[in-house]
Design a protein around this ligand. Structure first.
Ligand code: SAM
Length: 280
């Protein structure tokens, strides 16, 4: 019998540990272990990797990650009601699951993970987006992780992989695609979750590149992009006028039309503008 077979079905785990889903914690659980195994496989080859899982809940995805061969899973969960269920999984996989009780936005993971590290999570939407932005904007590159495999509302997933000219294109797409390959690898209907959320979901897989696609100072790029999309309907010369008194000249020097709108500018164009403004 394998470790995963020795554990009870997730519905039983939820009933025996009284894990009624809490809206305030964004709890929409995945109870189908075939599905959680499929999501774990989307994270790539886990052999020899440490996996950081945020929000394991009753542990469906955690079981998938362990069964798929992760060397070790470090799981950060805020809801202490879930801890006994997670300890049962840790007992079934001795030495391979470390459970950290806490808020993923606050815990310090220094010393808990050894590379290569993959991150996998099915998280509440707001926490997921905030963590994604943090993981994409570390103080130095490369970051501590090699890949991120994250569940989002489908609309947010589309914003991460969006191309110029689309409504979904904006800061998230540029931040993600500047230093990563990003793609949607799985679509999930609301009924895949218990309880079902109101909207569809999608899993996004991001693989980090060793170096950015185009040279740019990270802070300048982030600032320019934020300003440009804050007023996405305005022409760049108006949206960015606070950046430099001669912004029209700067835009032209970077090869951009001052009358263009943020939505039309490629990643390469934004990087050229960031270099121009940064004086590099
Ligand atoms: N991974 C489980 C699954 O797929 O069934 C649970 C997913 S549920 C959408 C989100 C999980 O994240 C819940 O277990 C919730 O308690 C946890 N969570 C919510 N906010 C969190 C935070 N700030 N830090 C850590 N865990 C959090």
């Amino acid at each position: 019998m394998t470790a995963i077979d020795s554990l009870p079905p997730l519905r039983e785990v939820i009933a025996s540990h009284g894990l009624s889903a809490r809206k305030s914690l964004g709890q929409n659980f995945l109870l189908d272990l075939n599905l959680t195994a499929k999501i774990a496989r989307k994270a790539g080859d886990l052999t020899g990797c440490d996996v950081l899982e945020i929000g394991p809940g009753p542990g469906g995805l955690t079981r998938g990650l362990l069964a798929e061969g992760a060397r070790k899973v470090v799981a950060v969960e805020k809801d202490r009601r879930c801890l006994p269920a997670l300890h049962e999984i840790a007992d079934a996989y001795p030495g391979r699951l470390e459970i950290i009780e806490g808020d993923a936005l606050e815990v310090d993971l220094t010393g808990h993970l050894t590379g290569p590290v993959r991150v996998a999570a099915n998280l509440p939407y707001n926490v997921g987006t905030e963590l994604l932005v943090r993981w994409l904007t570390p103080d130095s590159w490369p970051p501590f992780w090699d890949s991120l495999t994250l569940m989002f509302q489908r609309e947010v997933a589309q914003r991460i992989v969006a191309r110029p000219g689309s409504k979904a294109y904006g800061r998230l797409a540029l931040l993600a695609q500047w230093r990563c390959d990003a793609k949607i690898v799985l679509d999930l209907p609301p009924q895949a979750f218990t309880p079902p959320p109101k909207v569809s979901s999608a899993v996004v897989h991001l693989t980090r590149l060793d170096a950015p696609r185009f040279e740019a100072n990270p802070k300048t790029l982030s600032h320019v992009v934020a300003m440009a999309f804050n007023q996405r309907r305005k022409m760049l010369r108006a949206a960015l006028k606070g950046l430099a008194p001669d912004i029209e000249d700067q835009l032209r020097a970077a090869g951009l039309e001052p009358t263009a709108r943020a939505e039309e500018i490629s990643l390469e164009g934004f990087c050229a503008l960031a270099r121009q403004l940064h004086g590099t």
